[in-house]
Design a protein around this ligand. Structure first.
Ligand code: 3PG
Length: 213
């Protein structure tokens, strides 16, 4: 898959809803209920971070939920890409980007939302053909004002900012012309996930899905 095609597909994923839930799953038994609640609440694109032992199993469970688009986050290595693809992930997300990771995603036909934090990182990805990128970690890098400033000379690049975003500051990002959607974990807080409070999570998803962009 070319970077241009990957970006087209990444854009479609980002267009699905204003927020992509970033999920750290501790128990694969929680995966299906969590995915159902988020999709029902209006957030179909889900990022499962490869940071817990059951993450790949969780992706497989979530991939069965109708109406969802399940991606693998925290992709770092070629092996991560191959594992994610096998588990049923339809897109990938990474905190940054290396040539080896980009090569692996392109070779495995996994559309990637590659992470960038500076103008040079954005330009390097753009040079390779990636026009849809993740701005990470968003708040620690200066937040919405920084992303707006990066976008002034690079309006052709669109972003999914992630990291430190919540219902309190999400509108600062969604109002920018270079933001397609935002990533965040606030829609699936661990206390609600651990309690299996799917109604509570659906309500948070509904609130996020109604945000204007
Ligand atoms: C992460 O690193 O887990 C993601 O960027 C999500 O960040 P958040 O928990 O600040 O939303």
């Amino acid at each position: 898959m070319t970077p241009e095609h990957a970006s087209e597909l990444a854009r479609k994923i980002c267009d699905l809803a204003p927020v992509v839930p970033v999920l750290v799953i501790k128990d694969a038994a929680q995966a299906e209920g969590l995915a159902r609640a988020l999709v029902k609440g209006g957030l179909p694109a889900l990022e499962v971070t490869l940071r817990t032992p059951c993450a790949l199993e969780a992706i497989s469970e979530m991939a069965k939920v109708a109406g969802g688009a399940v991606g693998a986050g925290t992709l770092l290595t070629t092996q991560d890409v191959e594992n994610a693809k096998k588990a049923g992930a339809t897109f990938g997300v990474s905190p940054g980007a290396t040539d080896r990771l980009l090569d692996a995603c392109e070779a495995n036909d996994l559309p990637l939302l590659p992470g960038a934090a500076t103008s040079s990182e954005v330009m390097r990805l753009l040079e390779r053909g990636y026009t849809v990128q993740k701005f990470f970690p968003a708040e620690a890098n200066g937040g919405a004002p920084a992303l707006k400033a990066i976008g002034a000379p690079l309006p052709q690049v669109k972003f999914c900012p992630t990291g430190g975003i919540s219902i309190k500051n999400v509108n600062d990002y969604l109002s920018l012309s270079n933001v397609l959607c935002c990533g965040g974990s606030w829609v699936a807080p661990s206390d609600l996930v651990d309690a299996g409070d799917w109604d509570g999570i659906e309500a948070l998803a509904r609130e996020a899905a109604a945000l204007k962009r």
